[in-house]
Design a protein around this ligand. Structure first.
Ligand code: FAD
Length: 350
């Protein structure tokens, strides 16, 4: 049996592990956390990603836990429609924890090694011990740094995202755009509302705010917007808000594979969340990698074919996502920072 080590048990790592396991590989997934982390709320999956998950036998689980996306609309902060309501055909919303659980439950228990970070110094021995190493270790990927260097570290865009759930009723997904701010609400598979908001970062990344401070900040930024936004913000419970600064991979990787290591998901192409494509592309990367390993008798040829099929399309998607991010969050003449680091702010070309 051929062996693979997958680094990271996020959506990318779990999907590739399930695919490799079904293809007859012996897989070990190294995850630095003590649990399979699935922080965040619902994730929007497009038809192609759902088809891919169905090909791994997850169809019944997805049908039981996801809800179809019934509408998708852009509005001004005051509620005027910017776009007609046109949901992408076959798209669904599923809680991240449910998706992670479905994937994890499709793996044999010993495959998952929790509380085991792979450090850069261990990469050479991991590559010697397994026929394939998959770097699925997310936006701040250790494997990307080890293979391509510090110039390919993630960059802070200078914007913050808040996420949470609220006990108000919503159908479909509506995004409200204001000046350098955005608020999105969508239905949840388990009822209620899944919400997210983005704005220019106002506090340093390391600063922790209390639940009350987070709620007050959201009230200040969005409490006077359209009624649906104001009602959602008013019902946000203290301690239920997730906040982090958005990072992306500003410099495109020259390749997604080196030796017997392949990078997938955010490790390969961390993008801003504006198009809701990161998890979708992670799933498609995983399936492409597995498909190419099945189609080629040599790992190096399979990885080269994977790189050819996925690099261009994902880098274009990342560029499109960044363009939307810039449109929403930058004043005319400003651009999103491209230098790796944590303290970036949108800057002026002038
Ligand atoms: C606000 C927001 C909303 C989004 N909404 C959507 C959406 O609707 N649709 C969509 O498609 N995408 C969406 N995305 C993007 C999506 O969440 C990510 O692209 C996706 O989760 C990336 O999955 P991943 O497995 O590559 O990385 P991650 O989910 O980050 O997983 C990486 C895993 O690797 C582990 N790890 C890291 N380093 C090591 C190490 N050295 N050793 C071992 N383990 C390690 C981590 O603990 C983690 O478990 C959104 C993102 C944000 C921020």
């Amino acid at each position: 049996m051929t062996t693979a080590t997958v680094v990271g048990a996020g959506i990318a790592g779990l999907t590739v592990a399930v695919g490799l396991h079904r293809a007859g590989w012996s897989v070990q997934v190294l995850e630095q956390e003590q649990t399979v982390r699935a922080s965040g709320t619902a994730v929007l999956l497009q038809r192609t990603a759902v088809n891919g998950l169905e090909s791994l036998g997850l169809g019944p689980g997805i049908d039981a836990r996801a809800i179809p996306l019934t509408g998708l609309q852009l509005r001004t902060r005051g509620g005027l429609p910017i776009s007609p309501s046109r949901p992408p055909s076959g798209a669904v919303l599923i809680e991240r924890a449910d998706l992670a659980g479905l994937l994890r439950d499709s793996l044999p228990e010993p495959a998952l090694v929790l509380g085991h970070p792979l450090v850069a110094g261990d990469l050479a021995s991991a590559c010697a011990d397994a026929a394939l190493v998959v770097g699925a270790d997310g936006v701040h990927s250790t494997l990307r740094g080890a293979l391509f260097g510090r110039a390919y570290r993630a960059t802070a865009t200078g914007t913050t995202v808040w996420r949470g759930t609220a006990e108000v009723t919503t159908a479909g997904l509506t995004e409200y755009w204001g000046q350098r701010r955005r608020f999105g609400i969508s239905g949840r598979p388990s009822g209620g509302t899944n919400w997210y908001a983005t704005a220019t970062a106002t506090v340093p990344p390391a600063r922790r705010m209390s639940g009350q401070e987070e709620s007050e900040e959201l009230q200040r930024l969005f409490g006077h917007w359209d009624g649906a936004v104001a009602a959602t913000v008013a019902s946000i419970g203290e301690g239920s808000v997730l906040r982090h600064d958005i990072h992306h991979l500003a410099r495109r990787l020259p390749r997604y594979q080196l030796g017997n290591v392949a990078l997938i998901g955010d490790a390969a192409h961390a993008m801003t969340p504006d198009l809701g494509r990161g998890a979708n592309e992670a799933i498609l990367d995983a399936l492409s990698l597995v498909g190419n390993l099945e189609a080629h008798d040599r790992v190096d040829r399979a990885l080269a074919a994977y790189d050819r099929s996925r690099r261009r399309v994902t880098q274009l998607t990342a560029a499109a996502s960044l363009a939307v991010h810039t449109l929403i969050h930058c004043a005319p003449g400003q651009t999103i920072p491209t230098t790796p680091g944590d303290h970036a702010r949108p800057r002026s070309d002038a």
